[in-house]
Design a protein around this ligand. Sequence first.
Ligand code: SAM
Length: 235
Amino acid sequence: MRFDILTIFPEALRDLLSTGILGQAQASGVIDVRLHDLRSFTDDPHRIVDDRPYGGGAGMLMKVEPFVTGIESIKASGDGKRRTVLLSPQGRLFRQADAADWARLDGLILLCGRYEGVDERIIEFVDEEISIGDYVLAGGEVAAAVVVEATARMMPGVVGKFDSIESDSFYDKPRLGAPQYTRPPEFRGLRVPEVLLSGDHAKIEAFREAQAWKKTTRNRPELLGLSLEETTKHG
Ligand code: SAM
């Protein structure tokens, strides 16, 4: 799968996206990450990508033309099923289910804003606007890295053991993963739950299932559609 990222800071993403499993996935050809300098899609000698907002207001806004020229150039360089996504705090929230869906695409084109955001007309040139959370970042680069990493992890061959993904938080239900432990069996008086040392796989499975729901109820009650009061009854 190909990831094309349009940004004014391609160098900020280079190391991050070539480290660990993403680096291995690139080396083995499972994913192909292409970083595009948005300024190379400008047609003025100063390579300007921003301007003052109409109607006034603080800060600068990113122009629509370089993004559209960039999208068109990327689309002309490959085919297949692709999705073009604007990273924006005003978008729909990105979820694990999106990562799973997008992992089946041939390509994802990700647009990173900066400054006060992007000229709203960009909406006509993307499939959707996606936010990684209800907070405002300085730019879309970190958000693009989140989308690439979460999506790539869902592709066969990226994470060594696919079963480890199946036990992850959010994998097939709105639920957190079970708490996990490793050696030593006791640390400062804190013992690993005995059942995990028992070797009884059926009991271990049942224990993990119960713990996963308990942790979800405690930390993310809204995933269960429960109010906090209802949660304490379950906790
Ligand atoms: N003025 C905008 C607003 O109030 O919604 C915020 C612009 S933000 C400072 C600049 C850029 O960072 C955005 O265009 C977007 O690409 C990126 N960004 C910021 N927060 C984000 C988030 N939660 N999810 C995805 N992208 C985000």
